[in-house]
Design a protein around this ligand. Structure first.
Ligand SMILES: [Zn+2]
Length: 206
């Protein structure tokens, strides 16, 4: 965008307009150099995003998905992307059978990444008629817990009766782990349950 006459980067944008066609986003600027007064046009055009194959590794599993990015953009190892499975960090870029550290996206076949989503840590209380067993659980941030869910946790099978979020106390509906502070539950005499959170226990606090 530097002035083509004097090379100054002291530029005023007089006007800009965006145009979208089938394949491209185009942004056209009318610019004025503050130093020599030259007025000129500059057109930036980006190819429209298309899906790229994205493989996300998370502990011992990997997930295959796609991510929409503009072929005009550049990508390098260490970049952070927002995928449909949360935030990821690029660990490898594959072009044909080569691995590179950076590239224009145009040429890229597959993007490798690792998950950088931090799990939500929530409190979970089991009311044992006066005594309380209290746990800290690590859950994926978008894991949903609903009032009335029957959950297996450690040696208990419990029913959720209150969910305390950052903002309020819920006695109906559901909340995502990312906003839950504590779940209050009571044991039930069932053998069946909706899901088991035993492996999500970070520690038993009491
Ligand atoms: Zn100039």
């Amino acid at each position: 965008m530097d002035c083509p006459i004097c090379g100054s980067d002291n530029i005023e944008i007089l006007n800009s307009k965006q145009k979208t066609t089938k394949k491209k986003f185009t942004e056209e600027y009318l610019l004025k150099c503050e130093d020599c007064g030259h007025v000129y046009r500059n057109i930036i055009s980006l190819k429209k995003p298309r899906p790229y194959r994205l493989i996300i590794s998370e502990q011992d599993k990997s997930h295959k998905t796609t991510i929409d990015l503009s072929p005009s953009d550049n990508l390098k190892v260490g970049d952070t992307l927002l995928s449909d499975l949360g935030q990821v960090e690029v660990t490898g870029i594959e072009i044909g059978d080569r691995r590179v550290n950076k590239s224009k996206l145009e040429d890229v076949d597959t993007i490798w990444a690792s998950s950088v989503e931090i799990p939500a840590r929530i409190g979970f209380s089991v009311d044992l008629h006066g005594e309380v067993d209290s746990y800290k659980l690590d859950l994926e941030r978008d894991f949903e817990i609903a009032l009335g869910d029957i959950i297996k946790l450690d040696k208990h099978i419990v029913k959720v009766h209150v969910i305390k979020t950052q903002e309020r106390k819920l006695t109906s509906g559901f909340a995502k782990a990312g906003v839950i502070k504590r779940v209050y539950s009571k044991p039930v005499k069932f053998n069946n349950y909706d899901y088991d959170l035993t492996r999500n226990i970070f520690k038993k606090t009491k």
